[in-house]
Design a protein around this ligand. Structure first.
Ligand SMILES: *Cc1c(COP(=O)(O)O)cnc(C)c1O
Length: 366
C-alpha cells in the first residue's frame, strides 16, 4: 500500500449520513417490551426527526406500528404516501383549517382537535372524519385549556356526533422524573379519561414512557427514543443509536506549540499535536457550538473537535489515535455520542437531528 494520500483512500468520498433502520425497528420493539399493556405509536414529524419520513415510516410499519403522528397536514400526506397502501392511523397534531378538510378526508388523515371552536367546526363540516382531542394538562401550548376542558367534561354529549379515536395530552417535564408536574398532569389526564370512557388515551412521549406503567395508558407517542437511542443524558438506555455521520479526513498536519486552529484562532497547541481536517461542518448540521467539547471517533478512540466548526470543515485532535490515520479515512460523529454532543452544544439532540443537512449522501441500513 502506498503512503501517499490519494492512493490510500479508504472512505466513502463524501460525508455520509448513516441511518440504521434496523435499529429503529429494534427501538420500536424495546418500547413495546417496556409498555406491554399499551400500543406503540410513532411520532414522525419534521421528516421523521430529520431522518427521512419516506424510509422511516415503512420501517416502523414493518415493525408493527399502526399509528403515526405528525405536526402538519403536508407531513401526514408524506406519511400516507410512504405507507403505500398499508393500513395505519395518521394523526395531525396541529389540527386543521377548514380548507384542508377535503384532503384530510380523501387521504384518511385524522386531525387532532385543539380547542372547542375546532370541535364545533368539525361537527359542522365533517363529523364523519375521525379525530383525536388534545387536552392541555400543564404545557400551555396546544389543546383544550382548563376552562374548555371543564366545559366539555360538563357536557360530554358534545362529542357524541364525532368519531373520536383518541384523547391525548402532552407532558412538559417527562425528561425530569422528579418534577412534580409529571404526576399533576397524569392525574388531570386520568380524570379526563374517566369522564370520557371508552376512548383510547395517549399521554407519554419517549421519556414519559420511562416514568412507568401509570403513564402508559393505551397508546405511546414516542419520537426521540425511536431515532436517537437515548432519551435523556446520563440515563442507562434500553434504546440503540440510529444515526451516525462518517466524514472523510482531507488533510493531516502536525502543529507546533503556539500554532492556532481555525477561525478566531480560539485553540492553541501547547505541544506538538497531530490534527486532521475533516470534510463536514455546520452546513451539514454539525453545529458550530460543537466546538465546545464535541468530539468524533476514529475506531473507538475519541478525537476532540479543535477550535471552531467551519461551514464545511472540522479539525480534530488525532494524537490519541494509535493506528495509522490517512487522508480519506472516516471520522465518525454522533452514534452513541449523540446526547454528549447535544450537551456540548448546550442543546438537545432533537434540535440537530431535524437539522441534519441536505448535503450528506444518505445510507439507510436495512
Ligand atoms: C413531538 C411530540 C411527541 C414525541 O416526543 P419525543 O420526546 O420525541 O418522544 C409526542 N407528543 C407530542 C404532542 C409531540 O409534539
Amino acid at each position: 500500500m502506498s503512503d501517499t494520500g490519494t492512493s490510500s483512500r479508504r472512505a466513502h468520498p463524501a460525508p455520509r449520513l448513516i441511518i440504521d433502520l434496523a435499529a429503529i425497528k429494534r427501538n420500536y420493539a424495546a418500547l413495546q417490551t417496556l409498555a406491554p399493556t399499551a400500543s406503540v405509536g410513532a411520532v414522525v414529524k419534521a421528516n421523521g426527526y430529520g431522518l427521512g419520513a419516506a424510509q422511516v415510516v415503512p420501517a416502523l410499519a414493518d415493525a408493527g406500528c399502526r399509528c403515526f403522528y405528525v405536526a402538519h397536514t403536508s407531513e401526514a400526506r408524506e406519511a400516507r404516501e410512504a405507507l403505500a397502501g398499508r393500513p395505519a392511523d395518521i394523526f395531525v397534531f396541529n389540527g386543521f383549517w377548514p380548507s384542508e378538510l377535503a384532503e384530510l378526508r380523501q387521504l384518511s388523515l385524522f386531525p387532532v382537535i385543539n380547542d372547542l371552536q375546532q370541535l364545533e367546526d368539525l361537527r359542522a363540516l365533517a363529523p364523519d372524519l375521525p379525530c383525536a382531542i388534545h387536552f392541555d394538562t400543564g404545557m400551555s401550548r396546544l389543546g383544550l385549556d382548563a376552562a374548555e376542558t371543564e366545559a366539555l367534561l360538563a357536557d360530554p354529549a358534545r362529542i357524541d356526533a364525532l368519531d373520536v379515536r383518541q384523547i391525548m395530552s402532552h407532558l412538559a417535564c417527562s425528561d425530569d422524573p422528579d418534577h412534580p408536574l409529571n404526576e399533576q398532569q397524569r392525574q388531570r389526564f386520568e380524570r379526563i379519561r374517566h369522564a370520557l370512557p371508552g376512548i383510547p388515551a395517549s399521554l407519554s412521549n419517549s421519556t414519559g414512557t420511562l416514568l412507568g406503567q401509570a403513564y402508559h395508558f393505551d397508546m405511546l407517542r414516542p419520537g426521540l427514543a425511536l431515532f436517537s437511542g437515548m432519551p435523556a443524558p446520563g440515563q442507562a438506555s434500553p434504546f440503540e443509536p440510529v444515526v451516525a455521520i462518517d466524514a472523510p479526513i482531507l488533510q493531516i498536519r502536525t502543529l507546533q506549540p503556539g500554532d492556532t486552529v481555525g477561525y478566531g484562532a480560539c485553540w492553541t497547541a501547547d505541544r506538538p499535536r497531530r490534527v486532521a481536517t475533516v470534510a463536514a461542518g455546520y452546513a451539514d448540521g454539525l453545529l458550530r457550538a460543537f466546538g465546545n467539547g464535541g468530539y468524533g471517533r476514529i475506531g473507538e478512540t475519541q478525537v476532540p473537535i479543535l477550535g471552531r466548526v467551519s461551514m464545511d470543515l472540522i479539525c480534530v485532535d488525532i494524537d490519541a489515535v494509535e493506528e495509522p490515520v490517512r487522508p480519506g479515512d472516516p471520522v465518525r460523529f454522533l452514534g452513541p455520542d449523540i446526547e454528549n454532543m447535544a450537551d456540548s452544544a448546550a442543546t438537545i439532540s432533537y434540535e440537530f437531528l431535524v437539522r441534519l443537512g441536505i448535503r450528506f449522501d444518505r445510507s439507510y441500513l436495512r
